[in-house]
Design a binder for this molecule. Structure first.
Ligand SMILES: [Zn+2]
Length: 409
């Protein structure tokens, strides 16, 4: 436990916030600070082939300790933190033997982490929680995952009586800005399958995610002096609001859950002359996903017909796809993870992700890659926390998956 706490704190106190407006990889120079430290640490604990490339992707190997042939499996996490909230000067606080009551994160600013609002806290009564001081995010997303993988590798090295095949580990920058998998060298990684350790609550196991696209609607208007505008001015903002209102009003993130897809309007920028609407489109089901894109297309065509000119222009761009399609043909990789969780006393929570993961992209790049819990809650903000016991459980799951993979012949 102490080992995990110290390791985790060592990582989260290094600022690795990524930046969506940067073109470089990693998107921020400071990500190298932790990346270089991780390389040293991986060598120190005794992993082989420790490499870091020009984009700060880290890979390493734990060689097999059995004679028979075993599939090579991988474990992957990202070391950047979300640009949604500052990750500089993280001051982790340790709450031992959590009593189930409010946790004052910051007395000066009256910031309280309360189970009245965050009911999940009550699952961890009696456990050790690591929280923020209320002014930053924590970075358990995904430094909890890194901590767990490193700790598990160290454990396997120190316990050669646990039999396993070749294990590859991969740490990436820039996951939070959607680029964690982009420059991941799947060929060099050379694993039969892998798991991202990047989920939340203990037991989470995910192999379904959204199909995702972005849609940009540009609405053209005509600006004329308002005093002389009759019959001449075309106010693009009114046209844009017409488009917004034609889309199904209840198929939005705030009205959907589970397998329900949505249209999400996340940005409007408008003046009379031009308005731009930015949407994301999400659906687990491939056909429904295509139907959503087609609906937008049709609305644009209908409105252009109605106004007898090309007022509306739609640009659609696919972003990522549901990994289910790539994982289902190799379902044993999910079964092994499920079996491993049960073997260490965890009830698996298999559910569809309402988002994407690096694993979904990797799955389409040829590396089937379900997602496993890393233990943290309330990611990307000041209320983020992680129970140390959950990280410990994740370490056990990693070791058990390695062991079970070597047992199957
Ligand atoms: Zn993450």
């Amino acid at each position: 436990m102490q080992n995990i706490i110290e390791r985790f704190i060592g990582y989260v106190t290094i600022d690795t916030e990524s930046d969506p407006n940067s073109e470089t990889t990693p998107s921020t120079k400071k990500q190298w600070d932790l990346a270089n430290k991780l390389v040293d640490e991986l060598k120190e604990i005794g992993l082989s082939d420790v490499t870091i490339d020009n984009n700060a992707y880290i890979m390493a190997t734990l060689p097999s300790n059995v004679d028979h042939k075993v599939p090579t499996i991988g474990f992957i996490s990202h070391f950047d933190t979300s640009p949604d909230f500052t990750g500089a000067n993280v001051k982790p606080q340790i709450v031992k033997d959590y009593d189930g009551k409010d946790i004052v994160l910051n007395a000066d600013e009256n910031i309280v982490l309360s189970p009245d609002y965050f009911e999940d806290l009550l699952m961890y009564k009696g456990q050790t929680l690591i929280t923020t001081d209320g002014t930053t995010l924590l970075g358990a997303d995904d430094k909890a995952g890194i901590t767990e993988i490193v700790t598990a590798m160290e454990y396997l090295i120190n316990h050669p009586e646990i039999k396993h095949g070749t294990i590859r580990i991969g740490f990436t920058p820039d996951e939070e800005i959607g680029r964690g998998a982009h420059k991941f060298d799947v060929k060099k990684f050379d694993a039969d399958w892998a798991y991202t350790m990047d989920g939340s609550q203990v037991g989470e196991l995910e192999y379904e995610n959204f199909n995702a696209a972005g849609a940009k609607i540009t609405v053209k208007g005509k600006i004329v002096h308002p005093g002389y505008a009759k019959g001449k001015m075309v106010n693009s903002m009114y046209y844009a609001s017409e488009f917004i209102n034609v889309l199904p009003r209840l198929e939005t993130p705030e009205h959907t859950e589970g397998y329900e897809g949505f249209f999400h309007l996340h940005n409007i920028e408008g003046v009379v002359d031009e308005t731009v609407l930015q949407y994301i489109i999400r659906d687990h089901d491939k056909d429904k996903f295509e139907a959503r894109k087609a609906l937008m297309q049709k609305i644009v065509e209908d409105l252009n017909t109605k106004y007898e000119s090309e007022v509306f222009k739609l640009e659609l761009k696919d972003q990522y796809f549901n990994m289910k399609e790539k994982v289902e043909p190799v379902m044993h990789i999910v079964d092994i993870a499920e079996e491993a969780m049960k073997a260490v006393g965890i009830t698996p929570l298999i559910k569809a992700i309402r988002g994407g993961t690096d694993g979904s992209q990797l799955s389409y790049m040829g590396l089937p890659c379900p997602n496993i819990f890393a233990g943290g809650h309330n990611f990307h903000g000041r209320y983020e926390y992680v129970p140390v016991e959950s990280m410990q459980k994740a370490v056990e799951v990693i070791c058990k998956i390695a062991e079970l993979t070597a047992e199957k012949k």
